[in-house]
Ligand binder design. Structure first.
Ligand code: HEM
Ligand SMILES: *[C@@H]1O[C@H](CO)[C@@H](O)[C@H](O)[C@H]1NC(C)=O
Ligand SMILES: *[C@@H]1O[C@H](CO)[C@@H](O)[C@H](O)[C@H]1NC(C)=O
Ligand SMILES: *[C@@H]1O[C@H](CO)[C@@H](O)[C@H](O)[C@H]1NC(C)=O
Length: 325
């Protein structure tokens, strides 16, 4: 082989390796170390202030992060408003009242002041989720960073978001479609240890479940009475109930004890324990050990945050989370 042929072959191999590297680009916890060293403290300042006015802000933002990751990966697509060529995901039915976008805007503004054009909106959701889970008593994990923001939204793709009317098999399928397993499903459902849900999302369990003429048999009778008071038959579907009625704003493992006591709020919560399958043992394990729950939750947040991120030179760093640049 001539030496020029060898160098051509070598060059082709090198380019191929670079392309493969790029398409597999990994997130990293040190992504902003040189470009925006204070990113965490800046986000912390804004969200701690926001929490003074809204105890639910952590619940709201982690939920936006979840809905973002399940549609086209964690690419900030959920935050785009309607515009020319953009059908906002916020207008799809499964948005189910996602909220907290104004706080995302405040974080973005604060970050653009210290390191303009550097931190993506998709990463803001991951960072804010970690800070607020931890601020509410939950664990701390090493947030993986380096996501970039999409230039498009995918309203039709919001059907990938799990619905509270689905059964365990359907929910499990939606998680496995994005590479998450049963442990991820149970651990991440543990985010329902804080926040609220509207009556419309669970009232079908209270009076005439699946056309049976009776309530869902997997609801504890005293808890059923409580929920019927909050959500009368045919009443206001917008009324809020606590996802975890034992410690409504604390991030802890009581969610799992609730499930053991037939006190899960959503059908999809209670099925993790009341429908036989591999999730039952995981619920029991997390109910028995908060540190087991926290360890799994940390890993599962990283797994969820790794769903198809845009990296390298894909996408962009939006200067306004609601609009493409
Ligand atoms: C397993 C499938 C899931 C289903 C079916 C589901 C469904 C729901 C529903 C119906 C609500 C109430 C929304 C409303 O009233 O409009 C809710 C709230 C919430 N969800 Fe989920 N969810 C799931 C998984 C997750 C995951 C993976 C996370 C985060 C890691 C999460 C975090 C939250 C939080 C924190 C709230 C309360 C939000 C607030 O107070 O505003 N959920 N979820
Ligand atoms: C970063 O934070 C440190 C300590 O919180 C502060 O002293 C420094 O001025 C900040 N730097 C920038 C660029 O904001
Ligand atoms: C969610 O979608 C409904 C319409 O389906 C819309 O009225 C509502 O404003 C949307 N929520 C958000 C936060 O954009
Ligand atoms: C429950 O729902 C079924 C099917 O929708 C209906 O036929 C039945 O009349 C309802 N029962 C009651 C008590 O409302």
């Amino acid at each position: 082989m001539s030496s020029s042929l060898i160098s051509i072959v070598a060059a082709i191999i090198l380019v191929t390796i670079c392309v493969l590297e790029n398409s597999n680009a990994q997130l990293s916890s040190t992504f902003y170390t040189t470009t925006c060293p204070n990113v965490t403290s800046v986000v912390r300042g804004v969200v701690e202030q926001a929490q003074q006015n809204d105890i639910r802000i952590g619940a709201k933002l982690i939920r936006v992060h979840f809905h973002d990751c399940f549609v086209n990966g964690c690419d900030g697509s959920i935050m785009l408003d309607n515009a020319d060529g953009i059908d906002s995901e916020k207008d799809a039915v499964p948005n189910q009242s996602t909220d907290g976008y104004d706080v995302v805007d405040d974080i973005k503004t604060a970050l653009e002041n210290v390191c303009p054009g550097v931190v993506s909106c998709a990463d803001i959701l991951a960072i804010a989720s970690q800070i607020l889970v931890s601020a509410n008593g939950g664990p701390t994990w090493e947030v993986q960073l380096g996501r970039r923001d999409s230039r498009t939204a995918n309203r039709a793709g919001t059907t990938a978001i799990p619905s509270p009317f689905e059964n365990l098999e359907q929910i499990t399928k939606k998680f496995s479609d994005v590479g998450l397993d049963s442990t991820d499903l149970v651990a991440l459902s543990g985010a329902h240890t804080f926040g609220r849900a509207r009556c419309v999302t669970f009232v079908h369990r209270l009076y005439n479940f699946s056309g049976s003429g009776n309530p869902d048999p997997t609801i504890d009778t005293a808890y059923l009475e409580t929920l019927r008071q909050i959500c009368p038959n045919g009443g206001n579907g917008g009324t809020l109930a606590d996802l975890d009625q034992s410690t409504r704003d604390g991030f802890d493992n009581n969610y799992f004890t609730n499930l053991q006591n037939k006190r899960g709020l959503l059908q999809t919560d209670q099925e993790l324990f009341s429908t036989s399958g591999d999730t039952v043992a995981i619920v029991n394990r997390f109910a028995n050990s908060q540190s087991d729950f926290f360890d799994s939750f940390d890993q599962s947040m990283i797994n969820m945050g790794n769903i198809r991120p845009l990296t390298g030179s894909d996408g962009e760093i939006r200067s306004d989370c609601k609009r493409v640049n």
